[in-house]
Ligand binder design. Structure first.
Ligand SMILES: Cc1cc2nc3c(=O)[nH]c(=O)nc-3n(C[C@H](O)[C@H](O)[C@H](O)COP(=O)(O)O)c2cc1C
Length: 192
C-alpha cells in the first residue's frame, strides 16, 4: 500500500528541457505537502523553460544546475545527491536524456548524477509523438527498461507543438502516485 505520508523519504527530481517542465512544479509541491524532502536538479535547457527559483521556493532547498558549482556544498554533488536519495525521478525526461542515459553519457550535472545512481530511476518521458516513435528513442527506451528503469507515461493527447498523439508527460498526480507506489516497497535510507 502506498504511504500516506512521505516523511523521512528523500527524493531527487531531475528536470530536463521539455515543455512539460512547468507541470513538475505541481509534482514537487505535492511531494513536499506529503512531507517528503525534495531536491531538484535541472539541465541548462530546463532552466530556460522554468526558473530554478520556482523549485527553490517549492522545496526550500538549493537547486542544482552546475556540475562545477562550489558554492552549494563542498561535496562532490553528483555523488552526494544520489547517496541521499531514496528515489531519483526524471520529469520531464527528454529524448535527449533518454539517449544520454542509454549511452552512459556524463557531460552535465543531471546525466552525470543519473550515471551514479544505484538501482532503478523513475522516468516520465515527454516529447513530440514523432520523437517518441523515432526508432532511436524506441531503442533507447528498450535499453533503459532492460536495465530496470521504470517508466510512467507518456500519455496520448494534445501536444504543445499542435500534434495529437503519444508523448505527453503523465499527469502530475499520476507521477506522484507512481513515486508513492515505489516508495511503499522501500524503507527510507534515513531510517536504516
Ligand atoms: C520550447 C521547447 C520545448 C521543448 N520540448 C521538448 C520536449 O517536450 N521533449 C523533448 O524531448 N525535447 C524538447 N525540446 C528540445 C530539448 O530542449 C532539447 O533536445 C535539449 O537539448 C534537451 O536537453 P536536456 O535533455 O539536457 O534538457 C524542446 C525545446 C524547446 C525550445
Amino acid at each position: 500500500m502506498a504511504p500516506e505520508n512521505l516523511d523521512k523519504y528523500e527524493l531527487l527530481i531531475c528536470v530536463t528541457g521539455g515543455i512539460a517542465a512547468y507541470k513538475v512544479g505541481t509534482v514537487v509541491s505535492s511531494l513536499v505537502q506529503k512531507k517528503a524532502a525534495v531536491t531538484v536538479a535541472m539541465t541548462d535547457s530546463a532552466t530556460r523553460l522554468i526558473g530554478p527559483p520556482t523549485f527553490r521556493a517549492l522545496t526550500g532547498r538549493a537547486v542544482h544546475t552546475d556540475l562545477w558549482a562550489q558554492e552549494i556544498s563542498a561535496d562532490v554533488e553528483h555523488i552526494s545527491l544520489t547517496d541521499r536519495a531514496d528515489l531519483v525521478v526524471v520529469a520531464p525526461a527528454t529524448a535527449n536524456i533518454l539517449a544520454k542515459m542509454a549511452a552512459g553519457i556524463a557531460d552535465d550535472l543531471v546525466c552525470t548524477t543519473l550515471l551514479a545512481v544505484e538501482g532503478p530511476v523513475l522516468l516520465a518521458p515527454a516529447m513530440n509523438v514523432r520523437m517518441w516513435s523515432n526508432p532511436a528513442t524506441v531503442h533507447n527506451v528498450e535499453i533503459l527498461k532492460q536495465r530496470g528503469h521504470i517508466l510512467v507515461g507518456p500519455e496520448s493527447g494534445w501536444q504543445a507543438c499542435g500534434h495529437v498523439g503519444i508523448g505527453r508527460m503523465a499527469e502530475p498526480q499520476t507521477i506522484v502516485r507512481a513515486i508513492e507506489e515505489i516508495l511503499a516497497q522501500r524503507k527510507p535510507k534515513a531510517s536504516t
